[in-house]
Design a protein around this ligand. Structure first.
Ligand SMILES: C[S@@+](CC[C@H](N)C(=O)[O-])C[C@H]1O[C@@H](n2cnc3c(N)ncnc32)[C@H](O)[C@@H]1O
Length: 212
């Protein structure tokens, strides 16, 4: 289901600042060579992530779901000089693709890419996250939220992508395990008293929250 009209998406894209050359290359490469190009954040959401990161200036960023590295290279823009971004990717091929792009970025020394299951790796990294972007398997969202909300300090910002799950959550009868998982996640965070939260109608829906 198309949630935001294609015309509105295009208008927003044309009236936003252009992306840099490396991001454009990742975008084009992913569209041409990846079997699931729709997973990419894209220019409007990517620019939003860059600007949010630049507003917060977080010393430690966590990203769950690297894919081909597009959102990583948007989020990294807000790090101060001593900042580090950790990003976690399950699939070896995607991690290798992302690393090749990271190696060409001026931010390459600020990005630490972890290969493996984020649920496991999260137990192994001990950092004071100030900004978290969750964009991995939708069936894991409640677990990611429950784990992270206990770990992070009050004031930390967390962003969860695809909270409309291609519009599936708007249907009376939701199909598929990911759609159902996202609907359950949306109810879960709506009922949480641990966060202040807004759901935005950007692209496939994005939830931004701050731990109280
Ligand atoms: C929607 S894509 C991420 C898109 C990327 N953040 C962007 O905006 O360009 C989701 C990624 O999460 C990865 N993933 C799925 N389950 C995971 C897990 N348990 N741990 C780490 N990564 C996972 C997938 O392999 C996939 O590359």
């Amino acid at each position: 289901m198309e949630i935001i009209s294609h015309a509105a998406e295009q208008y927003a894209k044309v009236h936003s600042s252009p992306t840099n050359e490396l991001l454009q290359e990742i975008h084009d490469f992913t569209l041409q060579h990846h079997a699931e190009p729709h997973m990419l954040s894209g220019p409007v959401q990517g620019k939003m992530l860059s600007l949010i990161s630049r507003m917060i200036k977080p010393k430690r960023i966590l990203e769950i779901g690297t894919f081909t590295g597009y959102s990583t290279l948007c989020l990294v823009e807000g790090l101060p000089s001593d900042g580090i971004l950790h990003t976690i990717e399950l699939r070896e091929t995607d991690a290798a693709t992302a690393q090749r792009f990271f190696d060409r970025s001026p931010f390459k020394n600020k990005i630490k890419l972890h290969l493996g299951d984020a649920h496991q790796i999260l137990q192994e990294i001990d950092e004071d996250w100030e900004l978290v972007f969750v964009d991995a398997e939708k069936t894991g969202y409640i677990k990611y939220f429950d784990t992270l909300i206990e770990k992070v300090k009050p004031g930390t910002f967390l962003i969860f992508d695809n909270v409309f799950f291609h519009g599936e959550v708007l249907n009376e009868k939701i199909k598929g395990k990911s759609g159902n998982a996202i609907a359950a996640f949306n109810d879960h965070i709506k009922n949480s008293n641990k966060i202040d939260h807004v759901m935005l109608t950007v692209r496939d829906g994005i939830s931004i929250m701050q731990k109280k």
